[in-house]
Design a protein around this ligand. Sequence first.
Ligand SMILES: C[S@@+](CC[C@H](N)C(=O)[O-])C[C@H]1O[C@@H](n2cnc3c(N)ncnc32)[C@H](O)[C@@H]1O
Length: 239
Amino acid sequence: MEHIGQTDKRAKMGLLQSDELYKYILESSVFPREAEPLKELREVTARQPLNFLMTAPDAGQFMALILKTLNAKKTIEIGVYTGYSLLLTALSIPEDGKVLALDINRKTYEIGLPYIQKAGVEHKIDFIQSQALPVLDKLLEDKENEGGFDFAFVDADRENILNYHERLMKLLKIGGIVIYDNTLWGGTVALPDPSSAPEARKPDWHLAVEFNKALAADLRVQIAQAPLGDGITICRRLY
Ligand SMILES: C[S@@+](CC[C@H](N)C(=O)[O-])C[C@H]1O[C@@H](n2cnc3c(N)ncnc32)[C@H](O)[C@@H]1O
C-alpha cells in the first residue's frame, strides 16, 4: 500500500490511532474511487526520493469533493511537486476551468506531466515556475483579479503561509475556499514545544502552531480543521 509504504522519515502521514485504520480508509474508500491517471501519478511519485511531499490521497479525495460542491472554475495551487493535487483539481473543474499552478521547481512538475496529458486536462493548467508570492502580488496589481478565484490549495513553504493567506483573502471571491495542507504537522502541533518532535518537524514547528492560531483568530474566514493526511484546514472567505 504505497502511501503508507513511502519513506516519510518525519512521521506516518496518517494521524489516526493506527496505520491499519489509515490503510483501511485508503483501501476501502479512497483508492477504489481514484481516477486511473491519478493512481498512476501517485505510483510514479512513490518511487521519488521526496515522495512524502505528495498530498495525501485521503486529503485529495476530500478536496475534490469540495471543488465539485463549490462548482469551482478558477483556482490557484501553491506547491505542485509532481502534481497529484494539481491533477485532481484539473479533473474536478469544468472543461473551461483554469488552475494557476505555482512552483519553484519545474522538474518535479514534469514527472507528473505525462499523466496530466494522458488525462486530457493539460489545457486547464497554467503552470508558472516561480516563487509564489510575487505571482500573487502581480495578480493583485490588476483590480479585475480581486475576488476572481473560487478556490485555492496551499501546500508549499511555511515561511510565507501567512503572506499567501493575506493575498488569497483578496484573490478569492467571498464564499470561495482555501485549503491549507499540513496544518497538524505530523500531529506535533499538540506538543507543548518542539523538543520531542521528530527532527524534520522541529524547524517549522512554531510556524505551524502560529498559523493555526492566526486562522482561529481570523474573522474573515469560517474554518474547519480536518485530520486528513497531515491535517488540512478548510477556510471559507466570509467578507
Ligand atoms: C509539499 S510539496 C507540494 C505537493 C503537491 N501539492 C502534491 O500534491 O504532490 C511543496 C512544493 O512547494 C514548492 N515550493 C516551496 N517553496 C515555494 C515557493 N516559495 N513558491 C512556490 N513553490 C514553492 C516545492 O518546490 C514543492 O514542490
